[in-house]
Design a protein around this ligand. Structure first.
Ligand code: UD1
Ligand code: BG6
Length: 380
């Protein structure tokens, strides 16, 4: 029933080249570069007119919202806020009839998210679901929505639901901005990117063996930082969540720009630090974070673009005169194919899902059953 895989989590990681295609099937037309979401057709005018979009979710689903925020802002020009459902309910913030609320949930049964939905329905906001399980409470109680069609997800640590939620949110942002001529080129670039994503995901899966080796070397570490900037900030948070929930390593996702405002104090010799350093417009910031880390002898592992630009200048390999300078080739690098900046998350997160998986397995834990956690939390 695990299809020849040792665990559901690994099976679901490997399903992703296919599950993201299922999310797009019948919805993205690659020939005429358009998107159609049957569930939203009758609601688009209202959604496009809303004065604010509020995305609400928990856990991994919250991270997919966070990952999608930048693109929603860029394409729709509507103010976006992203809310952790439980904190949203605790605050009971102002909410209006002309707000659109997007609820993202794999199970569609998470109590915190459902209570937030009730709050928004009572205030007359447009409530939209992005759900995997057809017939779930969230799918039924929202006014309209999109089923992500990722197929059943059994592993407690969410993997394929995350990538499919993100693809669904990207499709929504494309659809909401369909009437904006100024975004035409950008939208085309993203739709083309969606078309080649599946084969690129398969390429990332080929890193499995090197990731397994790296996990073997890292498994006795008790803490780890995962750094990302821009689009990759959400990837860092989600990657750190995967690692901590199944391998019990204290992994923390950190925005690169915040490194100097505190977390840099943690960096010392041999501290494992995963740095998401794929090429995008923030690459200079990434390179500067790399030197902040290597000069303090942290032990970075890089997720970089295949044939991407150099991260460490040969002459700057170390600023500490007491140690031998290390070149870029001395560090572990996971090289992933390049795609459009806003889709890179989908390729990069795979590396961290696999790293989390192998850390758990190498430490002797069952990644499908993390202690103290449940697949769907139906109580508040
Ligand atoms: C639908 C069919 C699909 C069929 C396709 C053919 C279902 C579940 N889906 O897919 O089998 O192949 O038409 O055109 O029968 N909804 C919510 N909240 C949510 C998610 C969905 O209210 O969180 C609603 C939608 O607004 C829609 C319905 O559920 O009315 C189905 O949504 P979805 O499966 O995403 O629609 P299609 O992709 O059109
Ligand atoms: C639980 C799961 O805490 O609920 C997480 O263990 C999940 O993996 C979270 O991300 C939210 O679940 P859902 O079903 O609302 O996406």
């Amino acid at each position: 029933k695990r299809g020849g895989y040792d665990h559901f989590m690994l099976k679901e990681i490997y399903e992703q080249p296919e599950s993201i295609v299922n999310t797009m099937r019948g919805r993205v037309n690659f020939e005429n570069q358009s998107v159609k979401l049957g569930g939203l057709s009758n609601y688009l005018t209202t959604i496009r007119r809303s004065r604010r979009i509020v995305m609400i979710a928990c856990g991994t689903s919250y991270h997919s919202c966070l990952a999608a925020r930048d693109l929603f802002e860029e394409l729709t020009d509507i103010p976006i806020s992203v809310e952790v459902a439980s904190y949203f309910i605790d605050r009971k913030p102002p909410l209006f009839r002309d707000d659109t609320c997007i609820f993202v949930s794999q199970s569609g049964e998470t109590a915190d998210t459902l209570v937030a939905l009730k709050y928004c329905l009572e205030r007359g906001a447009m409530c939209v679901g992005v759900v995997n399980v057809v017939g779930s409470s969230l799918s039924r109680l929202t006014m309209c929505g999109v089923h992500i069609n990722a197929g059943p997800e059994i592993g407690v640590a969410s993997t394929k639901a995350f990538t499919s939620q993100y693809v669904a949110l990207v499709m929504m942002a494309l659809l909401f901005s369909e009437d904006r001529m100024s975004k035409l080129q950008r939208r085309k670039e993203i739709i083309d990117g969606l078309g080649t994503l599946s084969e690129k995901l398969s390429e990332v899966l080929e890193l499995n063996d090197v990731i397994e080796e790296t996990a073997e070397a890292m498994k006795d570490k008790t803490k780890m930082l995962v750094l990302g900037s821009g689009y990759q900030y959400a990837t860092a948070l989600e990657g750190a969540l995967k690692i901590k929930e199944i391998s019990y390593i204290l992994a923390e996702g950190i925005l690169m720009g915040e490194l100097k405002h505190g977390p840099l104090a943690l960096v010392e010799k041999d501290l494992p630090i995963v740095m998401i350093a794929t090429k995008d417009k923030l690459y200079d910031l990434v390179a500067s974070s790399v030197s902040q880390v290597t000069s303090r002898l942290g032990e970075p592992v890089f997720i970089t673009s295949k044939n991407g630009p150099r991260l460490i200048e040969p002459t700057k390999a170390s600023t500490d005169g007491k140690v031998a300078a290390r070149a870029e080739s001395d560090y572990v690098k996971f090289e992933v194919p390049e795609t459009v900046d806003c889709l890179q998350t989908i390729l990069n997160i795979l590396v961290l899902q696999m790293l989390g998986y192998w850390l758990a397995v190498k430490k002797g834990y069952d990644p499908d059953f993390p202690r103290n956690l449940a697949k769907a939390v139906t109580t508040r």
